[in-house]
Design a protein around this ligand. Structure first.
Ligand code: HMG
Ligand code: MG
Length: 309
């Protein structure tokens, strides 16, 4: 480990990136219960939903009601949500209005380093997305919200093949220039390898600094933990994960789940890193979720259980 900093920040995206790709749309009450369990397990950042078209992503319908209910519960004295930051995806002005109504405190815009994926995902070109996001971000910030910017397909694309590193750095810098306070670098279809991650990660760090970067790995081909280790070794400390390994992206056919929260936390704790998360509670939550989702989740730690001692 090249830095002395042993604290790792986990952004739990299962309720959005996870559930958006499940066949079954979970009831708002189940999503609320899941959020509460995650908060009880120590999650301090929850991406709860997306203000996108429910014709495009029906699983995210009801995001507004869910966020409102969670924020309402946060007002109670002993609420597990007291210290939890809530966020949701916003693709355009219409989504921003819904975000304002729900009173969510953080939004995430989502752009792509691949032109084809941009069109499939948000029905516009990369350039058009930046024009659209400029107004969305400006207005969000004027109203006191913080803004995360996702950049998808940073480690090659299912539709286009190779994605140039220079473009990844350029578009990530563009999101920062538009006002995103954090850029999440997506391996949307889980193709990255650790050396590629170190190479692109270093280029991003020299452009944007470590603090403003998060890494978002899908575990489609089993390289996500290795990619997290490669990221740790170049000094990155923020990772997006999904309880049980739920997830994928409806517009990236090969994208399976995000790397499982409990698999990442298991590895980090064994390495002496701190996350603030309770591994037993995470495993319990993933096991509780399986019958509700209706299939076994891919997390290895939840399947194997925790070792004794
Ligand atoms: P569009 O069809 O181009 O939009 O969709 P439009 O402006 O032409 O409007 C068409 C209809 O949609 C209209 O309704 C609008 O009102 C409505 P109508 O008049 O026909 O009844 N509409 C909306 N409804 C609700 N919320 C809105 C909204 N906007 C328009 N915000 C749009 C454009 C972006 C909305 C659409 O393409 C969409 O919703 N896409 C979904 C994208 C998505 O959620 N993808 C998955 C998340 S991204 C991801 O997973 C990657 C990530 O995890 C990182 C990684 O892994 O790399 C973040
Ligand atoms: Mg994703």
């Amino acid at each position: 480990m090249k830095t002395n900093d042993t604290t790792v920040r986990i952004v739990e995206v299962g309720l959005r990136d996870g559930l958006q790709n499940e066949k079954k749309t979970l009831a708002i009450t189940d999503r609320h219960l899941l959020a509460r369990k995650l908060a009880n397990a120590g999650c301090r950042e929850l991406e709860l939903g997306a203000f996108v078209s429910s014709q495009w992503v029906p699983q995210m319908a009801g995001s507004s009601e869910l966020i409102t209910a969670v924020l309402e519960e946060r007002r109670l004295k002993s609420s597990p949500f007291k210290k939890v930051r809530i966020s949701a995806l916003v693709p355009n002005q219409r989504g921003l209005e819904a975000a304002f109504e729900s009173r969510v405190e953080r939004i995430a815009v989502f752009a792509s380093a691949s032109e084809t994926f941009s069109k499939k995902n948000i029905n516009c070109t990369i350039r058009e997305s930046f024009v659209r996001y400029k107004d969305v971000i400006d207005e969000a910030k004027r109203n006191g919200l913080t803004v995360r910017g996702y950049l998808s397909m940073c480690f090659d694309c299912h539709f286009e093949g190779k994605v140039s590193e220079a473009k990844v750095v350029k578009y990530a810098a563009k999101l920062a220039e538009l006002g995103c306070d954090e850029i999440s670098i997506g391996d949307t279809i889980g193709v990255a390898d650790p050396r590629q991650v170190a190479r692109i990660g270093r280029a991003l760090i020299s452009e944007l600094g470590k603090k403003n970067l998060a890494m978002h790995f899908h575990d489609t081909r089993g390289t996500a933990l290795a990619n997290i280790l490669a990221s740790l070794e170049i000094g990155l400390r923020s990772f997006d994960t999904s309880i049980g390994g739920l997830g994928g992206c409806p517009y990236a056919p090969a994208a399976t789940g995000n790397v499982a929260t409990e698999d990442v936390v298991y590895m980090l704790h064994r390495m002496g890193m701190k996350t603030g998360l309770d591994l037993n509670e995470l495993v319990e939550t993933a096991r509780w979720l399986q019958p509700i989702i209706g299939h076994e989740l891919p997390s290895k730690v939840s399947r194997a259980g925790l070792p004794i001692g």
